[in-house]
Structures are given as structure tokens and as C-alpha cells.
Design a protein around this ligand. Structure first.
Ligand code: WAQ
Ligand code: MG
Length: 256
């Protein structure tokens, strides 16, 4: 087998049975690996699922596929940090950022109403900003963005430069936000974790960059959120194919 090729490696883990049998989503993960690094890649995902604050999985699937397309390189979105004192303040900042990014106010309100109904998904919700309706038809699964990564050494350089703690979580979130925001139909993204101990989240868009908001839910809350606000979608199928299949590497270069 070729040493040159890249592999997409994906993991999903759940408790009380597989996701499709109604099990609780515990953890998911996706990365890109060379053939030589596959053992390590699988181990990274295994470790992520086995040590998860949402619970102990009794179902897990790790899958790998050779990527047969060229990998697109993208620069990470610029990052900004919004320190807030309360969830209420966090939500208010998130809503303002979404509005600046181009999401109509009524659509933001509708999305926030639906967040509680749609927690426990393993993927993201696609929300149409014209109809203020969810349009992905994936029910309790959502859309899982895949085939994306950022080399640890390059990410570490980025983190040192920006004085940001190096964490797998921040790397994964910035990779996903960079990939999603790159598509012209994406207006903005809203996200916070479903991990009970992680209360920060972000609003991202190509125009605004990645805005971390330090508090978007209460400590201990297992309800997460990931919504992509979409406009002008002539081809939903092609958009979903981009999210799931287009391979992306994030690469940062220090500005001179
Ligand atoms: N594709 C689509 N949706 C996803 C994906 C993916 N690859 N990964 C996670 N989700 C959805 C899923 O519904 C999860 O329940 C939800 O997002 C939250 O995922 O700057 O940790 O991995 O400090 O728990 C953001 C802030 C952290 C980081 C987000 O999300 C920072 C986080 P989690
Ligand atoms: Mg999580």
C-alpha cells in the first residue's frame, strides 16, 4: 500500500446501544492520517471515546477510508475571545454576532427556541435563514462534518503565537469552523459543547472569524448545540457532500 495516500479515520461511540438503536451519543471524532500513522490515529480516537465525561460507551465504531481526492488547504479563521460573566450575556453576544454575520433576528430567535428540542445529536443542524426551518432531514443524527485535520506541530505554533492553551478540543473546533465557513452558502455557525464540564462555545463566519464566547451554558449541562445557518442553497445535496466528503487541511503561516 502507498505511503503517500491519506486516510479519513472516523469514530462514533454511544451508551445503551448503538446510535441507531437509540443509544446516547458519547463521542465522535474525525481526522486524516497517513498509512504509517494509522495505528496512532485510531488510538487517538479510541482514547477520546474511552475517557469521555458524557459516559462510558458500550458501542463504538472506528472506520477508515482512503481519500481519493486532492486535499484543499485552508488558513485557520482568525480568532477573537469574548469574556462573559453569565450564560445570558453569552447568548446575547452570540445573537448579536449572528446578526452581524447576516442571520435575520427572527431566524436567530427560532433557532434558539429549537436548541433544547434538538440536543443529543451527534452532528450539526442545517438551518435555512430564509424559511427559519431546519432543512437537513437527518433527525436525531444531524450532519457530521468529516475529512478535516490540522497537523499538531503547525497547530502548536499557531497556539503559541496566539497565546492560547494547546488543546485537542480547540484544534478540532477551529478546523471544523474553518471548513464549514469556507463554503459560500454558510452564513454563520453557532456551537457549544455537549460535554458537561465545557461551557465555552463560539460563533464563526467567514466574515467575522471565530469568536469564542467563554460561557454559553451552565456547568453540568449535557445539552450541546451546533447549527449551521445557510443561505441561497440551490443544492442541499452538494452542500452536505462538501461537509462530509471534501478533504481539508488547515495550515497556518505567521504573518510577516
Ligand atoms: N460535525 C458536525 N457536528 C459535530 C461534529 C462534527 N464533526 N462534532 C461535533 N458536532 C456537534 C455534535 O452535535 C455535538 O454534540 C456538538 O457539536 C458539540 O460537539 O474555543 O467541544 O465536540 O474553547 O462537544 C467549542 C469551543 C467547543 C472551543 C465545542 O463541541 C473553544 C465542542 P463537541
Ligand atoms: Mg462533545
Amino acid at each position: 500500500m502507498s505511503e503517500e495516500g491519506f486516510y479519513s479515520v472516523r469514530m462514533r461511540a454511544s451508551e445503551n446501544g448503538a446510535h441507531e438503536q437509540g443509544g446516547k451519543h458519547i463521542s465522535g471524532g474525525e481526522l486524516i492520517s497517513t498509512y504509517g500513522n494509522l495505528k496512532n490515529a485510531v488510538n487517538v480516537l479510541l482514547e477520546k471515546a474511552l475517557t469521555h465525561s458524557r459516559g462510558t460507551p458500550d458501542f463504538m465504531q472506528i472506520q477508515l477510508e482512503l481519500i481519493d481526492q486532492p486535499i484543499t488547504k485552508l488558513k485557520p479563521l482568525p480568532i477573537g475571545i469574548n469574556e462573559v460573566e453569565s450564560v445570558k450575556e453569552g447568548h446575547s453576544i452570540a445573537q448579536n454576532l449572528l446578526e452581524i454575520a447576516g442571520v435575520p433576528r427572527n431566524c436567530i430567535e427560532r433557532a434558539f427556541e429549537q436548541i433544547t428540542e434538538n440536543s443529543g445529536l451527534r452532528g450539526a443542524i442545517l438551518f435555512d435563514i430564509r424559511s427559519s426551518e431546519r432543512i437537513d432531514n437527518r433527525n436525531d443524527k444531524g450532519i457530521r462534518v468529516s475529512r478535516m485535520d490540522w497537523s499538531t506541530s503547525n497547530f502548536d505554533k499557531w497556539a503559541v503565537y496566539h497565546k492560547i492553551t494547546r488543546s485537542q478540543r480547540v484544534k478540532e473546533a477551529l478546523v471544523l469552523a474553518t471548513k464549514v465557513s469556507q463554503h459560500p452558502a454558510t452564513i454563520a455557525e453557532l456551537c457549544w459543547s455537549d460535554d458537561p464540564e465545557y461551557i465555552s462555545g463560539y460563533v464563526a463566519s467567514k466574515k467575522l472569524g471565530y469568536h469564542r464566547i467563554t460561557r454559553l451554558k451552565e456547568f453540568g449541562d449535557e445539552r450541546g448545540c451546533r447549527i449551521f445557518f445557510i443561505d441561497g442553497l440551490s443544492d442541499l445535496h452538494a452542500y452536505i457532500t462538501y461537509l462530509e466528503k471534501q478533504p481539508i487541511f488547515v495550515e497556518w503561516e505567521e504573518e510577516k
